[in-house]
Design a protein around this ligand. Structure first.
Ligand SMILES: *[C@@H]1O[C@H](CO)[C@@H](O)[C@H](O)[C@H]1NC(C)=O
Ligand SMILES: *[C@@H]1O[C@H](CO)[C@@H](O)[C@H](O)[C@H]1NC(C)=O
Ligand SMILES: *[C@@H]1O[C@H](CO)[C@@H](O)[C@H](O)[C@H]1NC(C)=O
Ligand SMILES: *[C@@H]1O[C@H](CO)[C@@H](O)[C@H](O)[C@H]1NC(C)=O
Ligand SMILES: *[C@@H]1O[C@H](CO)[C@@H](O)[C@H](O)[C@H]1NC(C)=O
Length: 703
């Protein structure tokens, strides 16, 4: 085009004068036109227009329609009903114009075959406990015969008969209290309530204390906080027969293929080499826990062990009542199905933003996880509308619908293992939304270089609960601390393999406060419509936040990471850590490394405003988080490789900073001698080196 114009000018010059004028007018007109077009074009797809159009296009009716379709049947991993939801997600992605495929694996799942529990009273009579969640009036889903019975997957089969002991929340300190009070837990059937730690840790603590079996119940104190009258369907609380199913595995991913993908012909380890739960265990309802607690003797339990059941008091036992408990389940290698959709980037197709949510549910998934799946489908529909108008993102956007999350983050873990090298080299960030709405309040967690973006975006989205406020305003008002953003050390959802294994910056977002019907029969569309989100406006807000965050990652010239905020967060964490450490332990290496990170972050933030070498600058931003990985993994769990954020040793869901240092510190405090304190100092050096490496990646310097 340019060449043709030049030739045209030359030719015109050699002709008559009037021709020169004519050619000049033509040239000016044509270049003005092309500038005009370009300007129109760029404003049509400017970030601001994209954001406005995306949010304006979201519809609560559409989201509610998706949720209704997804929650028609219970859809546990490995069942035909969950293959049906895979088909629905596949077709919805395709309808949006998104290139879609299935990513299948074959993994070890577990289903209940037989359960019985009876209470043997000292006077010789036997009470058989129902173990059944009762249907409620006005909600036909709750009488669906295909709902999976209440159980904990992967626990051993067998029969146990033993005296009952009450163990409060089943934490290590609760078993310690029992020991101090002389209550012998060995051979007993432990009854503990859920609510403070991951249920798998309760079962493991009971096993470690020598119990023969563990029963885990939902106390009304935690799950029906409205007396004995107010519960679903008259309020949001868990009915007395409600039970919280769920995984009790302390590992994530398929247990037969630890560290590699579970493709059909993959190597599989022997079951005997795996870390399955050691004792029989079952989740039970408040209604079934009541007669057990009523039949316990022994000391009155401490004040903070008392709960919400109608009893004069909770006692510790042991016995005199006994429990006769038998369980039979199967372990079976079963096909699961992730659905992956992709919108290719125009400028950097080999840079990925991933957005994901799991699809399998313990029952109907009204909130967990189908409220998230409904939002995933809504944002896919939103980007689909842009695609149809000729838009393409600069970078590739990948939609992920995971299977078998409920069994231990299996679908996402296997996929990350299968694609690890590509993800490590090319993934920018992962945005997880599990259950998007379980209650009224926004709750956002993420790695700290993503803090600023989350704050900016939540300021732009209207709070669905209030006319005048943004999501950000209400979120901050509820959390009086400086930053309301939580961290992602715990392994509570599918971000775990992305962050803890691949070092990919991640978010985990939800609306929630307490979500009492979690993993029960009552987590269905009708509950959501009645109590979780009656007008589906919280779903709209979540879709807006999820979509706007995505737009920035796939469209901003410079990836919106701020390592300066990472350095500040680390510095605050080190200050806290210092207060816990013995005096002879030196945190200077950490502080030095953090100040290197801080100056590298300032430098790259300054470069970002001027640099033309965007690709290399973006690569430095993208790769810095990878420096926080230790290829050897943490001492407590080698498959978890992140040195900054990891789960606490007492609770799989608990998040802590510097998990390696924390473990060494706990060991040092338990057995203070020279060798443990040198291990502790070594862990501090290790984290300091990782932070220095991140600073180097950011500042682009070989040393
Ligand atoms: C045994 O005790 C229970 C609970 O106190 C009572 O309901 C039941 O009737 C008693 N059975 C006999 C045979 O006394
Ligand atoms: C408590 O229960 C009553 C009666 O069912 C209901 O009207 C009220 O909304 C409930 N309150 C809460 C906080 O759940
Ligand atoms: C315990 O329950 C099993 C299965 O229901 C039954 O066969 C067994 O006789 C019971 N044992 C006792 C001691 O009641
Ligand atoms: C395991 O149990 C489930 C549910 O009853 C059943 O559908 C499946 O066929 C069983 N698998 C094996 C291998 O027994
Ligand atoms: C969507 O929002 C509008 C306006 O608030 C409301 O009238 C409508 O009932 C909502 N739709 C659903 C499915 O809740």
């Amino acid at each position: 085009m340019e060449k043709w114009r030049a030739l045209a000018v030359e030719a015109a010059l050699s002709r008559a004068h009037s021709w020169i004028l004519f050619a000049a007018v033509l040239l000016i007109a044509s270049s003005a036109l092309s500038i005009q077009f370009r300007r129109l074009d760029s404003s049509r797809w400017s970030i601001q227009r994209l954001e406005e159009d995306f949010v304006a296009g979201l519809s609560n009716d559409s989201i509610s329609g998706f949720l209704l379709e997804l929650t028609r049947e219970p859809h546990v991993a490995g069942t035909p009903q969950n293959f049906h939801t895979a088909r629905f997600v596949y077709e919805s992605f395709q309808a949006a114009g998104i290139q879609t495929h299935y990513a299948d694996f074959e993994v070890l799942l577990s289903y209940p075959l037989q359960r019985s529990l009876s209470l043997l009273l000292p006077n010789g009579s036997t009470l058989s406990l129902g173990l059944k969640e009762e249907a409620v009036e006005g909600d036909p889903s709750t009488s669906n015969p295909d709902v999976i019975p209440t159980f904990f997957p992967y626990v051993p089969s067998g029969t146990v008969c033993g005296e009952a002991v009450y163990a409060n929340y089943g934490r290590a300190q609760d078993f310690e209290t029992l020991r101090q009070r002389g209550v012998d837990v060995r051979g007993a059937v432990v009854l503990a309530r859920i609510g403070k730690i991951f249920r798998g840790d309760i079962v493991a603590n009971a096993a470690a204390a020598g119990a023969a079996a563990a029963l885990v119940f939902s106390d009304p104190f935690d799950y029906a906080k409205n007396g004995t009258e107010g519960f679903y369907p008259s309020s949001q609380w868990l009915p007395p027969s409600g039970v919280q199913r769920g995984s009790v595995l302390l590992t994530s991913g398929d247990i037969l293929t630890p560290g590699w993908p579970s493709t059909p012909n993959a190597e599989r380890v022997d079951l005997s080499e795996t870390k399955l739960p050691k004792i029989l265990a079952l989740p039970i309802s408040a209604q079934d826990a009541l007669p057990i607690l009523a039949a316990l003797g022994g000391e009155v339990a401490p004040a903070d062990w008392q709960g919400g059941l109608r009893l004069p008091e909770y006692r510790l036992g042991r016995g005199p009542a006994k429990l006769n408990f038998s369980y039979e389940g199967n372990l079976t290698v079963t096909a699961i199905r992730n659905v992956i959709g992709m919108i290719k980037g125009s400028e950097e197709p080999d840079r990925y933003l991933l957005v994901g949510n799991h699809r399998d549910a313990w029952t109907f998934g009204g909130a967990d996880p189908s409220s998230g799946t409904a939002c995933l489908l809504e944002i896919a529909r939103g980007f689909g509308k842009f695609l149809k108008q000729g838009w393409q993102p600069k970078r590739t956007l990948v939609f992920c619908s995971w299977d078998a999350e409920e069994y231990g983050l299996i679908g996402s873990t296997e996929w990350v293992e299968q694609n690890l090298d590509m993800l490590t080299a090319r993934a920018i960030a992962y945005i997880n939304v599990d259950r998007s709405v379980g209650g009224p309040n926004f709750d956002g967690c993420g790695t700290p270089q993503l803090d600023n973006l989350l704050m900016q975006v939540t300021k732009k989205v209207k709070d669905p609960n209030s006319v005048f406020k943004s999501v950000y305003d209400s979120w901050c008002a509820l959390n009086r601390n400086a930053t309301p953003i939580g961290r992602l050390g715990g392994s509570r959802s599918d971000f775990s393999s992305f962050l803890h294994r691949a070092g990919i910056p991640s978010y985990d977002l939800r609306y929630q406060t307490s979500f009492p019907v979690y993993h029960s029969l009552y987590d269905d569309y009708n509950w959501m419509k009645g109590f979780g989100d009656p007008l589906f406006q919280r779903h709209v807000a979540m879709s807006a936040i999820w979509g706007l965050l995505s737009i920035h990652f796939i469209n901003d010239d410079i990836i919106p990471f701020d390592y300066s905020s990472y350095a500040s967060v680390l510095e605050a964490d080190v200050r806290t850590l210092k207060g816990l450490l013995p005096e002879d332990i030196d945190v200077t290496p950490l502080l030095r490394a953090i100040s290197e990170l801080q100056s590298a972050a300032r430098q790259i933030n300054a470069e970002a405003s001027s640099s033309l070498k965007r690709r290399s600058l973006n690569d430095r931003l993208m790769l810095a988080e990878r420096s926080f990985l230790d290829p050897m993994g943490l001492a407590q769990d080698p498959s978890s490789k992140h040195l900054i954020y990891g789960q606490t040793t007492s609770d799989l869901y608990g998040s802590q900073s510097f998990p390696g240092i924390s473990l060494a510190l706990a060991n040092a405090l338990a057995k203070m001698d020279k060798s443990t304190s040198s291990v502790l100092q070594h862990e501090i050096w290790k984290v300091a080196r990782a932070i220095t490496n991140a600073a180097r990646v950011l500042s682009d310097n070989f040393h």
